[in-house]
Write a protein that binds this ligand. Structure first.
Ligand SMILES: NC(=O)c1ccc[n+]([C@@H]2O[C@H](COP(=O)([O-])OP(=O)(O)OC[C@H]3O[C@@H](n4cnc5c(N)ncnc54)[C@H](O)[C@@H]3O)[C@@H](O)[C@H]2O)c1
Ligand SMILES: [Fe+2]
Length: 424
């Protein structure tokens, strides 16, 4: 029996009420927004605020009868204090619907404001899992990067300078009401943004597919991220296949719409997979690494992913064989406990310009113990690892990633992958 058919079959899946996908679908945002409210706040960032697409969106919203305010100062990696300030602005406008237009930073800021509009307080009041007491203001999420999957997920991730790490607000109420995924919007992404976002999408898929498997009575409790299941597995593999086929092309030929569509689908699929299954080690360790090095989330998780895969290989072997197949690793190269998937991911990530080691990212050897300790703080991620990830294990992982040693814990990893581009 293949890993996808783990018996007994069980799973949980959550997502938006509506997901619209395809080139040109951004024209539907005004009508979708007008169905949800009368006064819209568009949350975007300075780069996108100056873009023609934003002007067209705002004109369309006004033509649909909405009173529109625009916040175009969302900052990358979302500093937490911006949430409370923008909620004030939203209240002054009388906003009853949010449009998150941009990358993960803009969509997550819209989600945080939606929580504060409905329930008051500050973002800090909702840190952790399941602390949002009820439904929030409706969000229409329109991604302009292909990576985070935030358009369909129940989490907003903020940077809290007081905590030296990133922090999540996770609640089923945070899933946007409507996601509109228009691949044309990502065509203007520069290669570095495309690469980081794409690596994030790959990490979502692989970590969701290899997450812990929980009992059926654990699926519907206070935990927002419940581990792998039969309803998320197919999304995860769909995402891996599309990343393998399209990510390099998006970096190399930014205006290739077919490749952009493939990556937009991969990111959406990654969000559908991890939005219920959750992510694990690569995300747990990236949070403090990102805070220390001030590097984008996707760069860190992409760099860390192959090391984390090597770490979990002894307990998820069959699953990594499926990942290898989805990546297009030729059968003859599906060797070792990881079936060649570790090197395939390491090579793919390096091919799009992401550093191979933490040393290259600016992490010093002396930083590693503190990073290992801080990696433990996101319990939802640590507890989702299929192999126990305690502080000592995190330190071994960090040392391996610092040195560029894929054989984490001295484990054998499969043969060189060769070029998997276009093979899946
Ligand atoms: N909520 C979730 O489910 C989830 C999941 C993963 C990551 N995240 C969070 O999302 C954030 C990262 O989001 P991201 O990777 O989308 O990047 P981002 O939103 O931080 O944007 C990165 C840069 O790309 C630019 N950009 C975005 N779209 C563009 C376009 N179409 N053309 C040109 N430039 C464009 C932005 O202006 C910005 O300068 C992090 O804070 C991360 O922690 C959230
Ligand atoms: Fe991520």
């Amino acid at each position: 029996m293949d890993a996808l058919g783990e018996l007994p079959l069980r799973g949980l899946l959550r997502g938006p009420r509506e997901v619209l996908f395809g080139a040109g679908t951004r024209a539907s945002v005004p009508a979708a927004t007008a169905r949800l409210g009368r006064r819209a706040l568009v949350v975007t960032d300075p780069r996108l605020g100056a873009d023609r697409a934003t002007g067209q969106l705002v004109d369309g919203l006004r033509a649909a009868g909405l009173a529109v305010a625009v916040h175009d100062r969302a900052a990358p990696e979302l500093p937490v204090e911006d949430g409370a300030a923008l909620a004030e602005e939203a209240r002054r406008h009388g906003a009853d619907v949010l449009v998150g237009f941009g990358g993960g930073s803009c969509m997550d800021l819209a989600k945080v404001v939606a929580v504060l509009l409905a329930h008051g307080g500050t973002p800090q009041d909702y840190y952790g899992e399941d602390r949002v007491p009820g439904p929030v203001a409706p969000v229409v999420a329109v991604p302009t990067t292909a990576g985070t999957g935030s358009e369909v997920t129940p989490v907003a991730v903020v940077t809290d300078a007081e905590r030296a790490t990133k922090v999540g607000i996770s609640s089923r109420h945070l899933v946007p009401h409507t996601a509109v995924v228009d691949p044309e919007l990502a065509i203007t992404c520069p290669p570095s943004v495309t690469a980081a976002a794409g690596a994030d999408a790959l990490a979502h898929c692989v970590e969701a597919f290899t997450a812990v498997r929980r009992r059926v009575d654990e699926l519907d409790g206070a935990r927002v991220f419940v581990g792998r299941g039969v309803l998320t597995d197919h999304w995860a593999l769909l995402g891996v296949r599309h990343v393998a086929r399209h990510l390099r092309r998006c970096v190399e030929v930014p205006d290739d719409l077919e490749a952009r569509s493939g990556m937009a689908l991969a990111a959406l699929a990654g969000g559908m997979a991890f939005g219920t299954a959750g992510t694990a080690g690569a995300h747990a360790v990236q949070y403090p690494v990102g805070a220390l090095t001030r590097t984008p989330h996707g760069t860190g998780v992409g760099l860390l992913l192959p090391y984390v895969m090597a770490f979990v290989a002894p307990v998820v072997g069959d699953r990594l064989r499926e990942v290898a197949e989805a990546l297009g690793v030729p059968e003859a190269q599906r060797t070792g406990p990881d079936a060649g998937s570790v090197r395939a991911v390491a090579d793919l990530v390096a091919a799009i310009g992401i550093p191979r080691t933490l040393a290259e990212l600016g992490v010093g050897a002396d930083d590693l113990p503190a990073l290992a300790a801080a990696s433990m703080s996101a319990r939802r991620l640590v507890e989702n690892s299929p192999r126990e990830l305690d502080e000592a294990a995190a330190l071994r992982l960090l040392r391996a990633a610092h040195a560029g040693d894929l054989a984490v814990d001295g484990q054998e990893v499969g043969a060189a992958s060769g070029d998997t581009e276009g093979a899946a």
